[in-house]
Design a protein around this ligand. Structure first.
Ligand code: SF4
Length: 479
């Protein structure tokens, strides 16, 4: 047993010299999975007695949770990392700079070399290791092998991964929670970096998920969003031993949890949208009449090139089947414009499908090549940037027009709106609030409700993005 005083890593005196709580700041890039991972990182840091710093420059531990789906977030991150270098220098090195997430896994060979002021890098499956690293920084043996300017990396997309869901969490809103049900993805979409950076799909234990939802309900959560890269293929690799394991069974089990009023999930793959899932959606009261179903492209040839495993006809038929089972459902989607080789006629097929399916909303993106993906090699077929932008702006106009029309069906109706404002005022007064309907449309309204209440709102106006309304009575619909 060692008897020398606890050592700290050279350059991190803050960990032992300050009597005040250490401060952290987490900057999040990218998708909802990342947002949820950041809640776990925040929860873990708070569990260690740290408090939030309002500004990145004031943080003792500065965490960047990165994304590499598109080029823009990469560039934004690099700019912020350069800024962090200055802030660390001003603090005479007394700041741990940690970088986690998908970009870290994709750039594991270069990141610490290009940004030597980064202390610790961890892939999305290695969030626990940020905690381990900080433990080491505080405890005995902390300095072993560490030289300032040579950060440590924790990577891996295999068995070394673990669910961040096992860590404590710091939710953005007390009444809403993300629940991770799987990680990774077994599909091979030609444009997507996820399988390379998050690994093969692994489902979390059914009972662990339901127990987490029960704990959340007991803690006052009313809405849960089940999260996975390919959420509706949940359970495929779980043992077939007769116990519940499918996504449809999971929806039903979460629906049965007392106190959970609203269930959503993202992102499903159209190829895995089986009849039992549609039936569970139609039959479970708490599963909201809203589905984000990524189309990506409307041309069967482009879909094949993207390796999406469904055709235009199959997607449209699926949308019809879902609408037949849940007539008023809102369908939103993701669309990539200007995939390599996409012709004008093929792009117009995407526009046609949008009109045919009548999406309530769409996230539209310009194709951007990601190193390590199949499509990044199709350089000869890349669509000129100007052309991509022209197609995108045409598509946005079409999508907005359809969404505006779709939302008119709510005008003149009374919608139960889950209030999202963060105000914790105990004084009831009429004020401008916002919240979401069961169909996941944002409503700005005048009322006197508190965050987390579900109140009746008379919808008076709607556009493509949101609606306006007036709260009818100041009562939570459950009370
Ligand atoms: S299903 Fe989604 S996460 Fe998986 S490879 Fe395709 S786009 Fe990526």
């Amino acid at each position: 047993m060692r008897t020398t005083p606890a050592r700290t890593r050279i350059g991190y005196p803050f960990l032992v010299t300050s009597p005040d709580p250490q401060r952290y700041h987490v900057l999040t890039f990218g998708c909802q999975m990342n947002a949820h991972d950041s809640e776990r990182i925040t929860g873990m840091l708070e569990g260690r007695g740290m408090v939030a710093a309002a500004d990145a420059d004031d943080a003792d531990v500065l965490v960047f949770n990165t994304c590499t789906i598109r080029e823009k977030p990469d560039q934004k991150l690099y700019d912020q990392l350069k800024h962090a270098k200055g802030s660390k220098r001003r603090r005479k090195g007394a700041q741990v700079i940690a970088v986690g997430g998908c970009l870290v896994e994709a750039q594991k060979d270069n990141l610490l070399r290009e940004f030597p002021w980064v202390d610790v890098a961890f892939g999305p499956g290695r969030i626990h290791d940020l905690g381990n690293y900080l433990e080491l920084a505080e405890g005995e043996g902390a300095g072993v092998g560490h030289v300032p300017g040579h950060g440590e990396g924790f990577y891996g997309i295999g068995d070394e991964r673990s669910f961040a869901a096992e860590l404590p969490t710091q939710r953005e809103r007390p009444h809403q929670a993300w629940v991770q049900i799987s990680m990774g993805c077994n599909m091979k979409c030609a444009y997507c970096i996820v399988p390379a950076v998050r690994g093969r799909e692994q489902s979390r234990s059914f009972t662990d998920i339901v127990s987490e939802v029960e704990r959340l309900a007991a803690d006052g959560v009313r809405e849960v969003s089940l999260l996975g890269q390919n959420v509706n293929s949940y359970g495929n690799e779980l043992p077939r031993d007769g116990s519940p394991r499918t996504f449809a069974e999971l929806l039903r089990a979460v629906d049965a949890v007392d106190g959970i009023d609203r269930i959503r999930y993202t992102s499903p793959h159209p190829a895995h949208m089986r009849d039992d899932v549609i039936a569970a959606m139609a039959e479970c009261d708490a599963v909201m009449p809203q589905l984000h179903l990524p189309l990506q492209a409307g041309s069967s040839r482009v879909l094949k090139a993207m390796r999406r495993t469904y055709s235009r006809e199959r997607f449209v038929a699926l949308a019809e089947k879902i609408r037949a089972a849940i007539p008023d459902i809102s369908l939103s989607t993701d669309i990539i414009v200007g995939f390599p080789g996409e012709t004008e006629a093929e792009f117009l097929e995407t526009v046609e499908v949008c009109r045919e399916v009548e999406f309530d909303g769409a996230y539209t993106f310009i194709y951007s090549p990601r190193t390590g993906t199949e499509a990044a090699g199709l350089v000869d077929d890349f669509i000129p940037n100007e052309e991509q932008h022209r197609r995108l702006s045409h598509l946005i106009d079409v999508v907005r027009g359809i969404a505006t029309e779709r939302h008119q069906r709510f005008v003149g109706t009374v919608q139960p709106v889950l209030v999202e404002d963060r105000s914790d005022s105990t004084v009831r007064q009429r004020q401008r609030l916002h919240g979401r309907t069961p169909h996941n449309v944002k409503v700005n309204f005048e009322g006197d409700a508190r965050a987390g209440e579900i109140v009746p709102v008379d919808i008076v106006h709607a556009n493509s993005e949101s609606m306006l309304g007036r709260q009818l009575v100041a009562t939570d619909l459950r009370s």
